[in-house]
Write a protein that binds this ligand. Structure first.
Ligand code: HEM
Length: 486
């Protein structure tokens, strides 16, 4: 096309009046009842599974109404791409996260979009979550993996173990040490450490309070529970504050963890410093954020137990890259070279993402996917279970196939088809840490143990208190007769 013609076409395009966009009503479930809305289409015990069922009949974008509350659900990669446009949409901090501020203050997860402390804290913490930082934490994480292996040797030929409980011991231990140098003794004690128990109880109470807040007199009804929760809060704050005080008093001792990065960058000479109280909440918020980390390796172990070929491929890779188990743990490079095991973990995240959705709010009146009107301040949930089973993944979306994550297949898919870590500037800061921990753990298990599932178990996923495989147990067998840890 010659330049003159190009200019004419461009002028014609600019001059062309914009066609008024077609405003479509949102699809919604049939049989909506006045006042109650779509309540009969949802299941109180497994609301996520109910939304998933609705999605398969209503399509990639739809609306649910319950007692006048409206929920717009999006799952199509192109609609999600639209919602990830930071110029038109931002993270919506929903009521659950606002309620959670009683526990984690304005930690990164729960901070408002325009909260200046979020920006300062996020900038302060970015270096603590870089690939380089992972290299620095590697020996701490690898020590925990070795302790976990020693602990599992005590389970060999014993009763079956609950996989989610066992792996959360390991990931909690990793998070405690790498976040603020706190060893929880997770492999020595039967119950969780009081710090983790108190945090879990507070989070559960926060969820209950959020559900109850519309019920008249709920504050009175929940007064006792709230008082108990406040006491737990004081205990948790006290534990973290004591560590911060001790470090401020002895700044020269190097601990190589995330708290050290925050304290180092937040000295009195830094005009952008955040207060020690904010740092305390960031620490607690990170431990809360990291809670999901045990989920992908637990789910992966289930699918590996059902797919011997995939299991053998993953194990062969560990054997090739790590060699036989010895006294020393794998190096940082040996962990990052587990490409197939990484694909196994990504496929587990695709099928059962521990975070089922994230919320996006319209910055201005706009049309979603060029059709569906949204007013400024209205929000939409990106529903991950549907997004990760969209037709762009093929016709066998419920099958466990790690090769979906071969580089060429990833490139061939829309960029926004896989979103387990959220999006944009409010996406997960801890993803590299989560991946490194999961690779270390799964690699250690494949290298050192044989695992036998209980006969007849079929994956059941618990929705409340974070997605996790419910009742999934494995018998642990020693793989190498000579296998020892130290
Ligand atoms: C498999 C493991 C993990 C998954 C699936 C996951 C998922 C997510 C998702 C979806 C978000 C965005 C939430 C939203 O938009 O409302 C998020 C945010 C966040 N995650 Fe993770 N996460 C994981 C592990 C971790 C770990 C290990 C840490 C820290 C040690 C962490 C810390 C955070 C923080 C601080 C945020 C808020 C970031 C901000 O708003 O600036 N997460 N995560």
């Amino acid at each position: 096309m010659n330049p003159e013609m190009l200019a004419r076409v461009m002028f014609w395009r600019l001059a062309e009046p914009r066609k008024p966009a077609v405003r479509a009503p949102y699809p919604h479930p049939a049989g909506r009842v006045p006042l109650l809305g779509d309540v009969f289409r949802l299941s109180p015990r497994s609301p996520m599974a109910a939304i998933q069922r609705l999605g398969s009949s209503l399509g990639p974008i739809f609306e649910i109404k319950v007692f006048g509350q409206r929920l717009v659900v999006a799952a199509d990669p192109s609609v999600v791409a639209d919602l990830c446009d930071e110029s038109r949409f931002a993270k919506y901090v929903g009521p659950e996260l606002v309620q959670l501020r009683k526990v984690i203050g304005s930690g990164l997860v729960s901070a408002d979009v325009d909260d200046p402390t979020w920006r300062k804290a996020s900038e302060l913490m970015q270096p603590a979550f870089s690939q380089q930082a992972m290299r620095a934490y590697h020996s701490t994480l690898a020590d925990v993996a070795m302790e976990f292996a020693a602990y599992w040797l005590t389970k060999v030929d014993g009763p079956a173990v609950d996989v989610a409980t066992e792996l959360s011991r390991a990931t909690n231990e990793m998070t405690g040490r790498v976040t603020f140098g706190q060893a929880f003794g997770s492999f020595e004690r039967g119950d969780p450490h009081p710090f983790m128990a108190a945090l879990t109880a507070m989070i559960n109470q926060s969820e209950r309070a959020n559900i109850m807040r519309r019920v008249p007199l709920s504050t009175l009804l929940m007064r006792r529970a709230q008082e108990a929760s406040d006491k737990r809060g004081s205990y948790i704050n006290g534990v973290v504050d004591a560590v911060i005080r001790e470090r401020r008093a002895n700044p020269r001792d190097e601990r190589n963890d995330i708290l050290d990065v925050m304290l180092g960058a937040s000295g009195p000479n830094n005009p952008d410093q955040i207060s020690d109280e904010d740092i305390r909440y960031q620490v607690i918020g990170l431990i809360f954020g990291a809670d999901a980390t045990f989920c992908p390796p637990s789910i992966a172990l289930y699918y590996l137990s059902q797919n011997p070929e995939i299991f053998e491929r993953a194990r062969a890779e560990v054997d090739r890259v790590w060699g036989p188990p010895g006294a020393s743990p794998p190096s940082f490079e040996q962990v990052t070279k587990l490409r197939y095991v990484r694909r196994v973990l990504d496929e587990a995240l695709r099928l059962w993402s521990p975070v089922q959705g994230f919320l996006r709010v319209a910055r201005q009146d706009t049309l979603l996917a060029d059709r569906y009107p949204l007013e400024k301040g209205e929000w939409v949930v990106v529903f991950i279970p549907l997004l990760h089973r969209d037709r762009v993944w093929g016709t066998d979306v419920d099958e466990f196939d790690p090769d979906r994550f071969l580089p060429e297949r990833v490139k061939a898919r829309p960029a926004h088809a896989f979103k387990p870590y959220g999006t944009g500037m409010r996406s997960c800061i801890g993803r590299h840490l989560a991946v490194h921990e999961s690779l270390l753990l799964l690699g250690t298990i494949l290298q050192r143990f044989d695992t036998v599932p209980q006969e007849g178990y079929r994956l059941e996923v618990q929705e409340s208190g974070g997605v996790k495989p419910a009742g999934f147990e494995l018998y642990i067998r020693r793989r190498h007769e000579s296998s020892s840890v130290n």
